[in-house]
Design a protein around this ligand. Structure first.
Ligand code: BGP
Length: 479
């Protein structure tokens, strides 16, 4: 019997993003971002954009979010109490460059992150910074049309350079763009690329935007290594596994192509430095004309990432036939897998699928992997005893950690795990707080009420013990 163990210096922790967590949207000189004009929604009511500005008559959940801006000290203390080795956060771009195209950064915005990073380091928690997480400055959308415009590469680089220089020697782990491959889906037009015109939902704009981000990422990786060779630069993919719905060869092939387009176009450029053959075929067959500058191929080659990071929540099935019951997932809508259960938001739960994708990614790239998002969005109730007994979340996490151990035994170089929304925050897809992922409860509700007080859920204590034992103890005594 093999002893299943996690690597010795495994980075256990949690993840958040500024736009969904930080709040303070109009404080400290911060400018508006695209997240600030997104209304609240729900599982069956889409979030709306109020272009060009927030309206007094609407409620915008991201404006205050769950207010890390005023609770950072308390929250970091709770992360430390759980034993976090790493904390993934993002920097709000419009807090540093309020419009996005200024020459000089907003010093007050930087001072906010100075104290956050200092506090993390004081507890020995490694910061992992996502430079851009669904939060383009609104001005860059209104004035330049978002990432389909090549000019954004320079604005992004200016922003990235400020962070890399300021936090040199303090922050070692960086992710250039959150879930860049969401641009293969219409969802990504607004969230990833800040393209607010409906017509930019088309593939032409989305893949052009993705190309600009891939170039920006490669230039940032190169710059980061020049600023500090110790920097570890990662990409971030929303890794979605679409199983073949049947064993018909046409479905097998279709599933392979689905994975190639959804996961591997962006992954290959980030990790290998060039577009794979199937991407060119896909572009041709879909009338996508990628505008590339002569120097781009060289830039992409020179800026490959040091590690791969992924978000992983669920899986689904794909088929050449579109008949069948569909299921939701992180930005995707495919066929339901009859062998899996779903979350209350319809995302199918598939812990074994995590082992499968970790092996797939490692086989493909042979680079260290970090899981930087994973978790269960669920409705939590405060019980009569005053506690939150989220055994469903513990069960979800336990099963996924078990599969991480299997993957490590398979030889996958897995270096970290940051569960998503370690403190309750606003959901990206629906804008709800009700869809809670946290191990820490925040008293905040979808109508904007709540005193923002924090409370440890049962999962908090469970994860604390898991980290303490480096994953030896998972709370299931039968194993
Ligand atoms: C990913 C995003 C996160 C986060 C997560 C959960 O796509 O990177 O920002 O929100 O999904 O999704 P949701 O919030 O829609 O439940």
């Amino acid at each position: 019997m093999i002893k299943k163990k996690m690597p010795e210096h495994f980075l256990w922790g949690g993840a958040t993003a500024a736009n969904q967590y930080e709040g303070g949207w109009n404080e400290g000189g911060r400018g508006p971002s695209i997240a600030d004009i997104l209304t609240g929604g729900s599982v069956d009511k889409e979030r709306r954009l109020t272009v060009p500005a927030p309206l007094d008559t609407e409620f915008y959940p991201n404006h205050e979010a769950t207010d890390f801006y005023h609770h950072w000290k308390e929250d970091i203390a709770l992360f430390a109490e759980m034993g976090f080795k790493i904390y993934r956060m993002s920097v709000s771009w419009s807090r540093i460059f309020p419009k996005g195209d200024e020459e000089e950064p907003n010093e007050e915005g930087l001072r906010f992150y100075d104290q956050v990073i200092a506090e993390l380091l004081r507890y020995g928690i490694e910061p992992l910074i996502t430079i851009s997480h669904y939060e383009n400055p609104l001005h860059l959308s209104l004035e330049y049309g978002g990432w389909k415009n090549r000019k954004l590469i320079d604005f992004y680089l200016r922003f990235a350079k400020v962070l890399l220089k300021r936090y040199r020697g303090k922050v070692k782990y960086w992710l250039t763009f959150n879930e860049i491959n969401m641009l293969t889906d219409p969802f990504g037009a607004v969230f990833c690329a800040g393209m607010l015109d409906q017509e930019d939902e088309c593939e032409q704009s989305r893949y052009q935007a993705m190309h600009h981000q891939l170039v920006a990422s490669a230039l940032t990786v190169k710059l980061a290594h020049e600023i500090d060779p110790e920097n570890q630069m990662g990409c971030m993919l929303a890794y979605h596994n679409g199983y073949p719905y049947t064993c018909h060869p046409k479905d097998i092939l279709y599933a392979q192509q689905y994975g190639q387009i959804h996961n591997s176009i962006a992954g290959d450029v980030h990790a290998r430095g060039s577009y794979p053959g199937f991407a060119w075929r896909y572009f041709k067959e879909h009338d996508i004309e990628l505008r590339m500058e002569p120097e781009d191929a060289e830039i992409l080659k020179a800026g490959t990432v040091d590690f791969i990071s992924i978000s992983y929540y669920s899986s689904s099935c794909v088929s050449v036939t579109t008949e069948g019951v569909t299921t939701a997932g992180n930005g995707v809508s495919n066929l339901k897998n009859p062998y899996l259960e779903s979350s209350a938001w319809g995302w199918q739960i598939d812990a074994e699928g995590l082992r499968y994708v970790l092996n797939q990614i490692y086989d493909r790239y042979q680079k260290p992997i970090m899981i930087v998002e994973n978790g269960l969005g669920a409705v939590d109730q405060v019980s009569e005893d005053g506690a939150i007994h989220d055994d469903y979340r513990i069960e979800y996490m336990r099963k996924h950690v078990e599969q991480m151990k299997e993957a490590v035994c398979d030889g996958v170089d897995l270096i970290g795990y940051t569960c998503w929304g370690c403190t309750d925050l606003v959901s990206a897809s629906t804008g709800e707080v009700k869809k809670r992922y946290g191990l820490i409860y925040v008293n905040k509700h979808d109508d904007g009420t709540g005193d923002l007080s924090r409370m440890r859920k049962d999962s908090f204590y469970w994860y604390q013990k898991v980290i303490q034992s480096n994953g030896e103890w998972l709370g299931d005594e039968t194993k």
